[in-house]
Design a protein around this ligand. Sequence first.
Ligand SMILES: Cc1cc2nc3c(=O)[nH]c(=O)nc-3n(C[C@H](O)[C@H](O)[C@H](O)COP(=O)(O)OP(=O)(O)OC[C@H]3O[C@@H](n4cnc5c(N)ncnc54)[C@H](O)[C@@H]3O)c2cc1C
Length: 392
Amino acid sequence: MRDGVVIVGGGPAGSVTALRLAQRGIGVTVVERTRFPRRKVCGEYLNVGTTKLLERIGLWDRVAAVGVPLEGIRLVTPWCDPVALAFREPALALERLTFDALLLEAAMRAGARVVYARAEDVLFRFGRASGVVVRDGAGERHQLWGRYVVGADGAGSLVARRLRLAKRARGPRRFALGGHYRGCGTLHRYVEMYVGREGYLALNPLDEQRVNVMLIVRESWLQTCASTVDDGMEKAAAALSRGHRVLQQAARDGPRACAGPLSFRVRGCVGAGALLVGDAAGFLDPFTGQGVYLAVSGAIAAADTLAGALAATENEPLLFARYDRERNAEFSLRARLGRLAGALTSVPFLTRRAAAKLERVPRCADGLVAALSGSSPPAGAFAPAQFVRLLL
Ligand SMILES: Cc1cc2nc3c(=O)[nH]c(=O)nc-3n(C[C@H](O)[C@H](O)[C@H](O)COP(=O)(O)OP(=O)(O)OC[C@H]3O[C@@H](n4cnc5c(N)ncnc54)[C@H](O)[C@@H]3O)c2cc1C
C-alpha cells in the first residue's frame, strides 16, 4: 500500500503529525515498535504552552479530564531558602501512559493507520526517502512506501541516522533515574525541583498518592556513590534534597525508570523526502520541561509543511527550508532558556540575589516564569529589563 506519509514513532510528535495530516484527508501510517498504552521515561509535566497547543488542536478537554492541574513550582537549592513560583495559568501533571495513548487514539480516530512494528531501515528511491522497512511481532519484514517519511522516533532516531543528520553528542554523559513513588508526602499541586551541582531531582504530583520522581545526574557521579541503581537513586535524592525527600521511606509503584545518556543532536531536521520532528530533531535537557511542547508544536508545523508539499501549494524545498529554519530557531531559543534557568539556579551568587529580590518583590520574575512555563514566548525571558528587575 502506498500512503502519503509514513511516520516512524507514535509518541506525541508522531501522533500529532498523524492527527493533523489525517484530518486533512491525507493517507498516513504510523509505525510504532511498542504496543500502546506504554510507559515513557519522563517527568510527566505538561507546561502551559503544551496545554494551549492541545486546546488549539481540539484535544484539551480530553487531556484536562484525566490530568492534575499544577499551580506552580517550588525551587530548592543549597544556596538559599526555597522559592515558590506560581504559574499564571495551570500546567498539568499526566502520566505518559495515558497521554500518549490518548494522542495516538485521536490520530487513529481521524483516520491514521497504526502498524505495530519496529522500523529497521529507511527506503530510498531516486535519492529520496520513500518508505521504511519494518519487522513485525512475528519477525516478518515488510516494506511501507509513502511520498514522505517522518522521523518521530525520539532521541537516537533511526530515521535521523539513516539520513545522516545525526551528530556526535558533546558534554558529560547524564542519566535519568526514577519512577512513580508512594509515600513522598504531599506537594500541594506544586512541582518540586531540587537543584545541586551534581544534577537535579524533580517531583511531580500525579494524584493524591503518587509522585513522579526523576533524578538527573552525571554518570560519573552515580558510579562513585552507588553499589546498585536504587541505592544510587536514594543517595543522590537525599543529597540533592538535603534530607527533605528521603526515598527510603517511599515505595516505588511500578517499574524503575531509567534513560540515558540524555543527549541527541542533529545537523538539520530535513532531508530529501523526509522531516524530523520532536526529540528525533534534537533532544532538549529536560530541566525546564519543554520537550513535549516542542514535540507538539513541531508536529503541527511538520503536518502543515507536508500538507503544503503534497498539495503542491508551494515549492517543496522552500517549505522544507522554512520548517528547518523555524524548528532550529525554536530549539536554540528554548535551549538558551534552559541554560539561563540553569545559571539562575546553580550559580550561588545569582540564586541568592534572585531569591532575595523575589522575597521582596514576588512579581519581579513573572516574565521569566511565563517564558519557562510556556505561557509566553521564550524571547521575553531575555529582555535586559527582566534581569534588572530580578537581580538588582
Ligand atoms: C528523564 C526525562 C524527563 C523528561 N521530563 C519531561 C517533562 O516533564 N515534560 C516535558 O515536556 N518533557 C519532558 N521530557 C522530554 C519528553 O519526554 C520528550 O521531549 C518527548 O517525549 C518527545 O516526544 P517524541 O514523540 O518526539 O518522542 P518519544 O516520546 O520518545 O516517542 C518516540 C516513539 O517512537 C517509537 N520508536 C522509536 N524508534 C522506533 C523504531 N525504530 N520503530 C518504531 N517505533 C520507534 C518509540 O517506541 C516511541 O513511542 C523528559 C525527557 C526525559 C528523558
